[in-house]
Every structure is written in C-alpha cells, then in structure tokens.
Design a protein around this ligand. Structure first.
Ligand code: BTN
Length: 239
C-alpha cells in the first residue's frame, strides 16, 4: 500500500479526488492527515477533525465497475475496523450501515465515494476514527461520541493503529474482490447494533419504523415492519 501523510488539509477524501490522476491505478493509496478543516461526513454532515489526535484517512483504489456488491465496500471497511478493535480486546458494535460504536457511542464513521470512469470504479473510502480525542471536543459532535482514549484510559499510537487497519483492510479487500460481501456477512451481522430492537430509519425519501432484524447477503438492512412484512433498506440512516 502506498502512503501519503499530510499535515492539515481540507478533507482527505476531497484531496484524494483532486489528486487521483497522480495516484497509482494498480494498488491502494492511503492518504491520511493530522487534521482537516472541512472534514466531510455522510449525508452532507461535517466531521469534527481536530489536529494531531485522531485518524483521518482515505483509501483510494480502482475496481472494475461491475464488481459484485460494490456499494457494500463501506461495510467491509467497518468489518476491518471491527476486527482490529476485537484484536485489541475491545467490543465494537456496527450501527448500520457503517458507524462503529463502543458502548453505544460513535467511535468511527466511514464515507465511501465512487466515481465511474467508463468500466472502472474509482473508490475513495474515507474513515475517521476518534483515537485520543478528549471529552471537550467530543461534546461538540451532535451525537453521543467517544474515542479510544476515553474508552480505555490509555493514549493510543495512531500511526500504529492505522498500520493495523491498513493490514487488515488489505486482507479484506482481497476477499471482497473474490467473493463480494459474503465473507463479512456473519461477522457484520453478529456485531449489528440494536439487533432485535425497534429502530427508525430514513431512506432518503421515507421514514420507516420496525425491528432491526438482520443483514441481507449483500449488506442491506432487513427491517421487520409492524405489519409483519420484511422491508429491505439499501441506503439510509438510523436515528
Ligand atoms: C460519517 O460517519 O458521517 C462519515 C465520516 C467520515 C469521516 C472521514 S475523516 C477522513 C475522510 N475525509 C473526510 O472528509 N471524511 C472522511
């Protein structure tokens, strides 16, 4: 994997998109930064990105445009991070589609952007992980959030942690290229937050309420509705 580490930039995803022509087309480039002035979250939200304390990284690579389950790549990255956290002795949950939680609070978010150029999908898989962020910064996030430091009481080496994630994601991307989301389904579903509980979800058009039931083979959410029908949500946000 190629590495580009920068000091403070607007957003690693934005930077990656602007410099994609200079990046290797046959391997992953991981662009990381010490801080972001315009960190972007899903659904147009802002990602709080103070300098020097957290991981802000974008994994850039190309896949054939027809790759199986391409839209589930963010869930693969969520599985990679969960695997690393489990190896560290922690107990992560995944809030569908790709938030990683510790003790019900958000530790990490993933923003996957894909550009299609003829038969090629150019992937910009951005991840933010709250590593050594203090409670005062966490309080400025508009939802319950946490960091590895808050959860464990220890200061973490963010470079070492990013290296572990890079190693795990390299393995997982290899599996994904061969088998799509299938190798990740069981781990992902076992870590699913709110499973069996009533949740609400906005799919971009409509609000749904039902029981968080399970995950389809390609990473969509099975919501069990009050009328006893199963409804599949392909993209959206739980709230
Ligand atoms: C979300 O949960 O809304 C997704 C957050 C993604 C944040 C990361 S930080 C690195 C990369 N650069 C960005 O601007 N966003 C992603």
């Amino acid at each position: 994997m190629k590495q580009i580490h920068l000091h403070v930039i607007d957003s690693t995803n934005t930077y990656a998109k602007e410099h994609v022509a200079q990046l290797a087309s046959d391997e992953i480039t991981c662009i990381s930064a010490e801080g972001q002035t315009a960190g972007r979250g899903r659904l147009g939200r802002h990602w709080v990105s103070p300098v020097g304390v957290n991981i802000y990284a974008t994994f850039c690579f190309q896949l054939p445009a027809h790759t199986l389950h391409l839209t589930s790549l963010a869930l693969v990255m969520a599985s990679s991070l969960a695997t690393v956290l489990i190896h560290e002795g922690l107990h992560p949950k995944i809030k569908w589609p790709n938030d990683i939680q510790l003790h019900g609070k958000k530790l990490s978010g993933i923003l996957c952007e894909i550009q299609f150029i003829q038969e090629t999908a150019q992937i910009f898989l951005g991840i933010g992980i709250n590593v050594n962020m203090e409670a005062e910064h966490l309080a400025s996030i508009g939802q319950p959030a946490t960091s590895l430091k808050i959860e464990t009481g220890n200061v973490w080496d963010k470079n070492e942690f990013l290296q572990k994630l890079q190693n795990q994601f390299t393995i997982d991307l290899g599996k994904f290229k061969q088998h799509g989301f299938a190798p990740f389904h069981d781990l992902y579903e076992n870590l699913l937050a709110y499973r069996g509980e009533t949740i609400r979800c906005f799919d971009g058009k409509k609000h749904w309420e039902g029981i968080c039931h399970s995950i389809t083979e390609d990473g969509q959410l099975n919501l069990y509705l009050p009328n006893h029908q199963m409804h599949i949500i392909s993209s959206g946000d739980l709230y």
